[in-house]
Design a protein around this ligand. Sequence first.
Ligand code: ATP
Length: 294
Amino acid sequence: TMQIFMPLNFLGFVYREIRGALANIENLFTLLSKAPSVLDDKEAAPLNVNKGKIRFEQINFGYEPDRQILHNVSFDVPAGKKVAIVGPSGAGKSTVIKLLFRFYEANSGEIYIDGQPISKVNQASLREAIGIVPQDTVLFNDSIFENIRYGKPSASDDEVNDAIRHAHLSLFINSLPKGKDTQVGERGLKLSGGEKQRVAIARTILKGAPILLFDEATSSLDSQSEQAILSAFREIAIGHTSLVIAHRLSTIVDADSIIVLQDGRVVEQGEHHKLLAQKGPYYHLWNTQQKVNS
Ligand code: ATP
């Protein structure tokens, strides 16, 4: 019996590990990623988030030594503001996010949150401070209600219900055959991309992190679900510092500031109307997308 018991016990352990890690959904990334593990400093103190101001200062980075991806990237996300990153495919937008999470270490330069270099704080506290709405959300073979609770395993049913309301998911969940007990995931009901992103928004609301990241899905959703997601995100972003990776410029017209990345360099930064008036790279991106959409 011992031989049978051991592997089962081990599986249980792995399951609990994964389930625990998914309390912070982005940790899945850490678990699965082949990235060299970034180690904490011996004296690493917890990050102490006050207002959630983010600062990238002269960041240089490459995944491989002979191919530099980011070149002297500097920008600020003021506390409580919404900043968007746009740019062509391969410009380095996701790389910026991965560095902020410290999945990788910059080759030079430093990233600060409320004045604290993220290379000096412990990673658990860093990831605790950041809520992410990823492009593609992982759903487990569990009910939709429990899937949302993954955002904060200790959350009460009332808290989960609140998050559902704020993520504009109530109508959708009530329309399901078994309501909130409906099984989702690989062996259950399949959700659309937009529905999954709203589940991610609900999880992020539960997590209650001061800094929010939103990675807009590359594939476009129908405009109704896109509007639902955007308004849900706008609502939760109030009072939070947020960084949005946008593929459709129409979704970030209201951002406090837009950073245009090209070949790993910040080539322009400002708000929508100012960038349009400059008739530079942003203006060209905007016009290209308008043509595609018309
Ligand atoms: P997209 O809009 O297509 O998502 P992006 O602007 O987010 O693009 P990144 O994903 O940051 O671009 O990629 C920037 C560059 O880094 C690309 O040339 C890509 O090939 C390279 N890159 C990304 N991830 C890795 C990796 N794990 N190892 C090596 N190179 C990578």
